[in-house]
Design a protein around this ligand. Structure first.
Ligand SMILES: [Zn+2]
Ligand SMILES: [Zn+2]
Length: 409
C-alpha cells in the first residue's frame, strides 16, 4: 500500500461498519469504528484521521450535524469527510456538501467500487472515461479494435457523486450496460448533447437506465431554431424513427436548454460556447477544483488563408479552452484528407494542435475520427500531431483515447 490512510467510520449499524472496515483494511488502510457520534467527535478532533465516513441517520447528533461540528475545527485539507448513506436523494447530497462533506457514497456498500470511491474523494480525482470516440458513423471491425468503433460518448465522474455524460453516440450502449451491471439502486446523471446529429444522439433510445424507475437523468442541450432539446428527443422517439416514445421512460427524465454562457450544473461550473459546425453545436468546459476539462466537438478550424477563416472565432475558442487540463476535440481528418472536406464542419489534426498549443492546454485527446480511418490511420494522425508538438518544443501530451479508457484528472 503506497499511501495508507487512517479512516474513522461512524455508523450506529455495526454490521455495515464492519463491512467498510474489512474492505478498508484489505486495501491496506487503517480503520476504527465508532457507533456513537458524540464519542466520535472528540476522538476525530483529537486524533485527526485522514478521512471519516459518516452515516446520516444516527441517534443523537446525526451525520450532517457531526460533519458541521468537525468543519468548525478541521478544514478539507486536514481531513476528508465522506457521507455514507442509504439516502439517494439529490437533496441529501446537497445538504451533505453544504455541511462540509467532500464526498457522498450511497449504501449499500459495493465491494467492487467502495475503495475506488474512497480513493477518489481523498485525492479529489475526476475520472474521465471514453466509451466511444468515433465520428459520423459507428465503425466496428477487426481494423478498428484498438481505438474502438463506437461514436462519441465520454463521461466525467466527480468525487461528490456527480456524473456527467457527453453525447449519446453508440458508446452510450456500453455505458448503459456498465451502469446496470453495477447493480446500483438509483442512478442519477446529466446527459449533455453537443448537437442532434445522428452520431451524437443515436443511442438515447437504447440507453437502458432511462427505462428503470428510480433513476433520474437530465438531458441537456441547445435548441435548433425553435426546437428545444426536449422536442428534439421527442421527435427522435416520435414513432417514425423509433417504435416507442419518451413516455415509456421509467426513469425521471427532464430537459434543460442551454445557450452560450456559464452555468452551475449539479453544483459544478459548466461553460458553453457555440462551435463552428452546421446548426447549433455546443462545446462544454467543465471547471472543478482548479481543473478544467473541455469537450469540444463537432468543430471546424479553418486554415488562416481560407475564405471561411474567422480570427474572432479562433480567438474566442482559444480563450474558451485556455489552460485546460484536458481538451477532447474533433480531429476528424488527417491533413491530407482535409482539402476535399472543407466546409463539412470538422477539423484536420494540424489545426487542432495549433489550437491546443495556442491555448496552452496540458493534454489533448483527438476524437471524432472519420469513418474511413482504421486503427493505422488514427495511429498516423497521433504520430503526426506528436511530431508537430515536439517541433514546437511543447510539453503538450497528445493521444487518441482507446475505447473504454479511463483518465484521472
Ligand atoms: Zn459528429
Ligand atoms: Zn455534427
Amino acid at each position: 500500500m503506497e499511501n495508507p490512510k487512517r479512516v474513522f467510520i461512524v455508523d450506529d449499524y455495526a454490521s455495515i461498519a464492519v463491512v467498510a472496515k474489512t474492505l478498508l483494511e484489505n486495501a491496506g488502510h487503517e480503520a476504527t469504528i465508532f457507533t456513537s457520534s458524540t464519542e466520535a467527535l472528540s476522538e476525530i478532533l483529537s486524533q485527526k484521521p485522514d478521512c471519516v465516513l459518516l452515516d446520516i441517520m444516527m441517534p443523537g447528533m446525526d451525520g450532517l450535524e457531526l460533519c458541521r461540528q468537525i468543519r468548525k475545527v478541521l478544514s478539507p485539507s486536514e481531513l476528508k469527510i465522506i457521507i455514507c448513506s442509504s439516502k439517494s436523494f439529490d437533496y441529501d447530497r446537497v445538504q451533505a456538501q453544504e455541511a462540509g462533506a467532500d464526498g457522498y457514497i450511497q449504501k449499500p456498500i459495493e465491494h467492487e467500487t467502495f475503495i475506488d470511491q474512497i480513493n477518489a474523494v481523498t485525492s479529489d480525482d475526476v475520472t474521465v472515461r471514453f466509451w466511444g470516440a468515433r465520428g459520423t458513423l459507428p465503425r466496428p471491425g477487426r481494423d478498428t479494435n484498438k481505438y474502438g468503433g463506437n461514436t462519441m460518448c465520454v463521461t466525467m465522474s466527480f468525487p461528490q457523486g456527480q456524473f456527467f455524460i457527453f453525447d449519446a453516440g453508440s458508446g452510450l450502449k456500453y455505458l448503459g450496460d456498465d451502469l446496470l451491471a453495477q447493480g446500483r439502486k438509483r442512478i442519477t446523471g446529466r446527459l449533455f448533447i453537443s448537437h442532434p446529429h445522428w452520431d451524437h444522439i443515436s443511442t438515447i433510445p437504447f440507453f437502458a437506465p432511462l427505462y428503470v424507475p428510480g433513476n433520474e437523468f437530465q438531458i441537456i442541450g441547445v435548441a435548433q431554431g425553435g426546437t428545444s432539446i426536449s422536442d428534439q428527443v421527442k421527435a427522435q422517439m416520435g414513432g417514425i424513427y423509433f417504435p416507442i416514445t419518451i413516455r415509456e421512460f421509467g426513469a425521471h427524465v427532464h430537459f434543460l436548454d442551454l445557450h452560450e454562457g456559464t452555468y452551475e450544473v449539479d453544483r459544478i461550473e459548466v461553460q458553453t460556447m457555440l462551435l463552428s459546425h452546421p446548426g447549433n453545436c455546443l462545446g462544454y468546459r467543465v471547471n472543478y477544483g482548479g481543473r478544467s476539462i473541455c469537450y469540444v466537438t463537432d468543430n471546424e478550424l479553418f486554415f488562416a488563408d481560407s475564405e471561411f477563416y474567422s480570427e474572432e472565432y479562433e480567438n474566442r475558442l482559444t480563450a474558451f479552452v485556455d489552460g485546460a487540463d484536458v481538451l477532447i476535440t474533433d480531429a476528424t481528418y488527417l491533413d491530407e484528407e482535409y482539402p476535399g472536406k472543407v466546409g463539412w464542419g470538422h477539423s484536420c489534426v494540424s489545426q487542432v494542435v495549433e489550437l491546443a498549443l495556442g491555448a496552452q492546454v496540458k493534454s489533448l485527446y483527438l476524437v471524432h475520427h472519420d469513418p474511413s480511418q482504421n486503427d493505422d490511420a488514427i495511429g498516423r494522425k497521433v504520430d503526426f500531431a506528436r511530431d508537430l508538438i515536439s517541433e514546437r518544443g511543447s510539453s503538450l501530451s497528445c493521444m487518441a483515447p482507446l475505447e473504454g479508457q479511463s483518465v484521472v484528472v
